[in-house]
Design a protein around this ligand. Structure first.
Ligand code: GCU
Length: 419
């Protein structure tokens, strides 16, 4: 299994090997845009001024990186496909909800899988996308198998055949782990859906996805990341209608590319109470200006559909971008944030992820929130921070039990305690 993951994540690195730097000493000097200078060039000294600056900054990220999310006014239908009050060994309620959009009958809709612990009334909820379908996450035999197109992540025809999930792929996700039993036992709900429900993840995927329904061209207004972020907000819309969970305490979480989507969702949609980035790297938590691991040029070459057309125009001149990812973290404030990196995932630029969060501290301070409490990236397996947190895990690019242990602690200590 480890071998598969390695191959998967090293392919792009091999392709672009000549441009990849893993030496901190070779990173050319760069200057980050001042986070406390507004779009209007005025100094920001209060939370109110930061709030006033917010829409213009979101807009700037949209125009230059993630694409502008269009106003989509389709009637939405929620169909509870099934409910089981004795799921996960009797400890949870399971619901499978189909979210469809009347104006886009071409889309199969979003299949939401929800587990709710029975021992807590209206728990906080982790919400996120998954790579290989809800059924791939665990051995629950009643979870529906996704019919939608998927990337052949595993190169194992027994699990993904001709870009469709097989029956044998139940519980066989290799890209990500959602430990439902652990989440439930700690008193949290989880809500997840397959990211390909809204757009298949390949360069032409937009045609069969939501973006294609809107007749927008791929290159202009928005991007696959924008569409997946939109999907997360629609999942939250449903949770707002479900009295069994506390949608005001929704923690949006994502690993790798899905961490990038979750970040953009949290930045735009302030209903998310907290954001967790698991190794989201370039286009996610990592500073763009650092020449380390995956770069702007590499990601746009390998995944041209992930970001807007405009973003590609910064090839070779990333310093000209009027912002960097620390400001995207600023847009999460005063909400809670957790960022995690892994030692075996230098591709995602762990120190660049730390530095982005670190450089967002002044915005959190405007709201009276504590910073990370350290000036440099901590040693491995040594979580730091309180309101905003960071860890650098030993091991590979993945979402592990160790990661979840920290996230569940963070959710209990920070998210649950907030009003
Ligand atoms: C590739 C890509 C990363 C991405 C990762 C993933 O490695 O280069 O940017 O985060 O895939 O989504 O797993």
């Amino acid at each position: 299994m480890k071998k598969i993951i390695c191959i998967l994540f090293f392919i792009p690195q091999m392709l672009a090997a000549q441009n990849v730097n893993y030496d901190e000493a070779r990173i050319p000097a760069y200057t980050l845009p001042d986070i406390l200078t507004g779009i209007d060039n005025k100094k920001i000294t209060s939370a109110a001024q930061w709030e006033a600056n917010r829409p213009a900054l979101v807009r700037l990220f949209a125009e230059n990186v993630y694409g502008i999310t269009p106003e989509i006014k389709s009637r939405v239908k929620y169909k509870i496909i099934e409910t089981n009050n004795n799921a996960l060994g009797g400890k949870a309620i399971r619901k499978q909800v189909l979210i469809t959009f009347e104006d886009f009958p071409q889309l199969n809709g979003i299949n939401l899988l929800l587990y709710i612990p029975k021992h807590i009334r209206k728990p906080s909820v982790f919400i996120g996308l998954n790579f290989e379908g809800n059924h791939s996450l665990g051995n629950d035999p009643d979870v529906l198998i996704t019919q939608n197109w998927m990337v052949d992540f595993q190169k194992n025809p027994e699990h993904i055949f001709k870009n469709r999930a097989t029956l044998a792929s139940r519980g066989k996700a290799v890209v990500e782990t959602w430990p439902a039993e652990t989440i439930i036992s700690k008193g949290f709900a989880m809500a997840t859906a397959y990211y390909g429900d809204i757009e298949p993840d390949h360069a032409e995927g937009w045609k069969a996805g939501l973006r294609g329904c809107l007749n927008k061209t791929e290159e202009t207004e928005w991007s696959a990341m924008g569409a997946w972020a939109w999907q997360l907000s629609r999942m939250l819309d449903y949770l707002e209608t479900d009295n069994d969970v506390n949608s005001k305490k929704a923690i949006v979480i994502g690993h790798s590319r899905l961490g990038k989507a979750a970040f953009w969702a949290a930045a735009q949609d302030q209903r998310f109470a907290a954001f967790i980035s698991n190794e989201s790297g370039e286009g996610g938590a990592a500073l763009k200006r650092r020449w380390y691991g995956e770069t702007h040029e590499i990601i746009n070459k390998n995944f041209p559909h992930w970001f807007s057309g405009k973003y590609k125009t910064y090839a070779g001149s990333i310093d000209a971008l009027p912002f960097d990812q620390h400001q995207l973290f600023g847009l999460i404030a005063p909400r809670a944030v957790y960022v995690s990196s892994a030692e075996g995932d230098q591709w995602a630029d762990p120190n660049g992820e730390f530095l982005a969060l670190k450089n967002a501290e002044p915005v959190f301070a405007l709201y009276g929130k504590n910073g990370l409490g350290v000036d440099a990236q901590p040693k491995v397996d040594n979580p730091v921070g309180s309101d905003i947190r960071y860890h650098y895990r030993s091991g590979k690019h993945h979402m592990t039990a160790y990661d979840w242990e920290q996230y569940l602690k963070f959710a209990a200590e920070v998210v649950n305690k907030r009003k």
